[in-house]
Ligand binder design. Structure first.
Ligand SMILES: NC(=O)c1ccc[n+]([C@@H]2O[C@H](COP(=O)([O-])OP(=O)(O)OC[C@H]3O[C@@H](n4cnc5c(N)ncnc54)[C@H](O)[C@@H]3O)[C@@H](O)[C@H]2O)c1
Length: 311
């Protein structure tokens, strides 16, 4: 089996490359390194692995047969997509279009990495896949949310119109080793502030909720979805919901730091609640998360202790 992973030098993509190699796939990683780093791939010794530096908003062709395309390329953290708004829109639109074209040419199955952000600031909690969302298209987060909504729409159009075999995973907050310390997401933010003895910054009053999925659970869910016959979107995330204040307190407890919690103003359109309904993943994929928060955070903290300076 030959698989392409776009965004394979990033956080999730590099863990996916590891799993695919373990499962015996030949893996071609395509990444332009806009937010990724080849150091995430440095440990891979397999001769079945190849890295190609390429921007997927431009077409790419392969002579050999490709079986699976995992399309993960996209800036993913708010800091990154606010800094790279046009690239984010282009990779969601042109990047997905190019990968669907490749899937069509190759007769390959394509999985697109979508996001819980397609639900925007949700009016329904937890969010089932049938919820259409509450997104501000012209707000600062719109560049990411709408890029992913377009990616879902074009993927479904290729599936329905051209009969392409497609999968859509709606990824909820996922954390673990190989996140960048400075990527602005709450898990690396809090851990690195705690490890440096700095105060933990909460944006807003900390009552907004999130749910956190450990990376190995997320990658297992993505792999199962690709191998399933489900072409409907599937939420993959941890359904245990907690407030950001509770989460900050958990980080203080596990790291044993003397850091305090400080508060800053809430960014525009920040979702107030976020929790996946994972009934479909349980039913169709036999998937649910296995790693509890304390265990996952300990592994992530160990990673940041040995990589305290961001890549
Ligand atoms: N980690 C999460 O919690 C989460 C949540 C929801 C969705 N996702 C989605 O999962 C995917 C991976 O996210 P991540 O957390 O690993 O982020 P990441 O930034 O670590 O990885 C994204 C990778 O895509 C690459 N990339 C971006 N634009 C590209 C382009 N035009 N051509 C080629 N490569 C390009 C980057 O260089 C990077 O290596 C993204 O599509 C993201 O939207 C992640």
């Amino acid at each position: 089996m030959k698989s392409i992973v776009t965004g394979g030098a990033g956080f999730l993509g590099s863990h996916l490359c590891d799993l695919l190699i373990e499962k015996g796939h030949e893996v071609i990683c395509i990444d332009n390194l806009v937010t990724g780093d080849t150091r995430n791939l440095a440990h891979i010794e397999s001769d079945k692995f190849k890295y190609i530096k390429h921007d997927v908003t431009k077409p790419i062709y392969f002579g050999d047969k490709i079986d699976f395309i995992f399309h993960l390329a996209s800036p993913a953290s708010p800091v990154d997509y606010l800094d790279l708004p046009i690239q984010t829109l282009k990779v969601g639109a042109l990047g997905t279009y190019n990968m669907l074209g490749l899937a069509k040419e190759q007769g390959a199955r394509l999985l697109v990495a979508s996001t819980s952000e397609v639900y925007g600031d949700p009016l329904v909690n937890p969010q089932p896949e049938t919820y259409w969302g509450n997104v501000n298209p012209i707000g600062p987060r719109g560049v990411y949310d709408e890029a992913k909504r377009y990616a879902e729409a074009i993927t479904m159009a290729y599936h329905n119109h051209h009969g392409i075999d497609t999968r859509i995973v709606r990824i909820f907050n996922t954390y673990g080793p190989r996140m960048r310390a400075g990527d602005g997401r709450v898990v690396p933010n809090f851990i690195n502030q705690a490890l440096k003895g700095e105060d933990l910054t909460i944006y807003g009053d900390g009552s907004q909720t999130r749910s956190f999925c450990y990376v190995s659970d997320q990658i297992d869910g993505i792999y199962r979805l690709m191998m399933s016959n489900c072409s409907e979107p599937v939420n993959i995330g941890n359904p245990i919901e907690m407030s950001i204040l509770e989460f900050a307190e958990e980080i203080l407890r596990i790291t044993g730091t003397d850091s305090k919690i400080i508060y800053e103003s809430l960014p525009i359109d920040d979702p107030k609640v976020r929790r996946p309904d994972i009934s479909r993943a349980e039913e169709v994929l036999g998937w649910k998360p296995k790693i509890d928060l304390t265990e996952g955070l300990k592994k992530t903290i160990d990673f940041f202790k040995s990589n305290i300076e961001p890549f």
